[in-house]
Write a protein that binds this ligand. Structure first.
Ligand code: GLN
Length: 475
């Protein structure tokens, strides 16, 4: 089998036994990118010549020694561009430092060779909001790969990346993983340092792995997790080997099905696929329990107040002075800010900044932002109550399979509503994983992946990885 088609775990074995070299992997990857990426468009940039040099000196005794990892374009890698797929930063910013997760990947021996496409500043669900490139779904090139980490998911799904990092503020790892048929893990808030991740909504953002299988996900989490003095929201935590309990099985586990996640509005074919895998988990010895997350209906509204509010504040740093492209011949300073931002940001980013500024403005702050914070506490409490009864929660990742390119282009609200199953995890700070659970045949005959979401309590990654591994083995 082509080396670029293989998992980290499979490649590591061959590297250690001396059957292959890291340079062989880079060659295979270069070939895969050459032959596929013109069509898929997963990458914004890559430097495989530099990667070959890194491969020659890779320390194979390290946990990711000699393994190339693709990085979403909103995570700083020293010496590489970091444009968040925005015109504002394109050609105007080279990272002067490594994000903490990048330092950890380097220390584990990984090779960082390429940047993946995304929705501009991670705002979106299809990667169509990228200002720099178009990415398509490798399973059906007339469809979107999902977003915002669509480039990372499409790269892994098309085997033009072994594994990748993404970021998830409201589903941006789990949703594209689901649409592309790969594994996407959003760690608990605080599990992974956000230092060096360009902030979208700081109280919701987490970095996590997008991989071909669950074991690789656990392996990458081992490397990137940990408290960090550079991010005061990261948590000190005992060093856990997340691969250790992967094969323990689900017998005796209590798995909750929230009744609010299986109602109207879901494509029945998606619901059937998800239910099939739930039946298999039950047959494997899990106890399936119906639960309720009563404030689910408010999650989308709550998220689309809090996330834009934080974004409007975080994105104020892009002004054409401190960061980003600036317009020529400004009349005065306000003109420089105004026109640089007008030209630099795309329509969705502007929409979020306007929404966020509005809900934070005096007179509306209490009615929207404050209210949303209160509802966020209720959503968090729903999960706390549920985890008194169950070990993990099962649900669809999305109500539908990957939509056609352009389907929701003029209807952002429709797109926001489809985030219903993923955003609550970010609001509550808990962990979640998307694992493939089958495919649905489209009208045109393509096989479209469906993901099962497993939500765990805060810092409960071991439990959800174990359930995900069982799903992978059973379906
Ligand atoms: N689709 C959601 C949004 O547009 C989530 C994005 C994300 O997780 N970065 O905000």
């Amino acid at each position: 089998m082509e080396l670029s088609n293989q998992s980290i775990t499979a490649l590591r074995q061959q590297l250690i036994s001396g059957e292959i070299s890291s340079a062989d992997i880079i060659d295979s990857l270069a070939n895969a990118i050459d032959t596929k990426d013109a069509e898929i468009g997963a990458y914004l940039s890559h430097d495989l010549d530099a990667a070959i040099q890194d491969a020659k000196t890779a320390d194979l005794t390290l946990p990711l020694g000699g393994i190339p990892i693709a990085i979403k374009d909103n995570i700083n890698v020293k010496g590489q561009p970091c444009a968040c797929a925005s015109r504002f930063l394109e050609g105007a910013y080279t990272s002067p430092y490594d994000a903490t997760v990048i330092g950890k990947l380097r220390a584990a021996g990984a090779i960082l060779y390429g940047r993946t496409n995304m929705d501009e500043f991670a705002m979106g669900s299809t990667t169509e909001n990228s200002a720099l490139a178009n990415t398509v779904n490798p399973h059906d090139i007339t469809r979107v790969p999902g977003g915002s980490s669509g480039g990372s998911a499409a790269a892994v799904a098309s085997h033009s990346a072994i594994a990748a990092l993404g970021s998830d503020t409201g589903g941006s790892i789990r949703q594209p993983a689901s649409y592309c048929g790969v594994v996407g893990l959003k760690p608990s808030y605080g599990r992974v340092s956000r230092y060096g991740l360009v902030a979208f909504a700081s109280s919701l953002d987490q970095i996590g792995p997008i991989t071909q299988n669950v074991e690789d996900s656990a392996l990458l989490l081992n490397v990137i997790s940990g408290g960090d003095s550079a991010d005061s929201t990261s948590l000190d935590q005992a060093q856990v080997d997340f691969t250790e309990s992967l094969n323990d099985g689900v017998a005796g586990m209590k798995l909750g099905l929230p009744k609010e996640y299986f109602g109207d509005g879901i494509d029945p074919a998606v619901r059937d696929k998800v239910n099939e895998s739930i039946k298999k988990l039950e047959a494997a010895g899990a106890e399936i329990v119906e639960i309720s997350l009563p404030h689910t209906e408010y999650a989308v509204a709550t998220y689309y107040i809090i996330a834009p509010a934080e974004a409007s504040s975080n994105l104020s740093r892009f002004d054409g002075v401190r960061y980003g492209n600036r317009v020529e011949d400004p009349k005065e300073i306000i003109d420089l800010y105004r026109r640089s931002r007008e030209q630099g940001f795309g329509p969705e980013v502007k929409r979020r900044i306007i929404l966020g500024t509005y809900v934070l403005s005096s007179g509306y702050y209490d009615a929207y932002y404050n209210k949303a914070q209160k509802v966020r506490s209720l959503i968090k409490q729903d999960f706390a109550n549920a985890y008194k009864k169950v070990d993990a929660i099962l649900s669809p990742v999305t109500p539908n399979v990957a939509p056609k390119i352009g389907a929701d282009k003029d209807n952002p609200l429709q797109q926001y509503l489809a985030d219903i199953f993923t955003i609550s995890a970010n609001l509550a700070g808990i962990c979640g994983i998307s694992v493939p659970c089958g495919t649905i045949t489209s009208n045109s005959g393509s096989e479209l992946p469906v993901g099962l979401q497993i939500l765990g309590p805060h810092m409960g990654e071991q439990a959800i990885l174990k359930v995900a591994k069982s799903v992978e083995d059973l379906v």
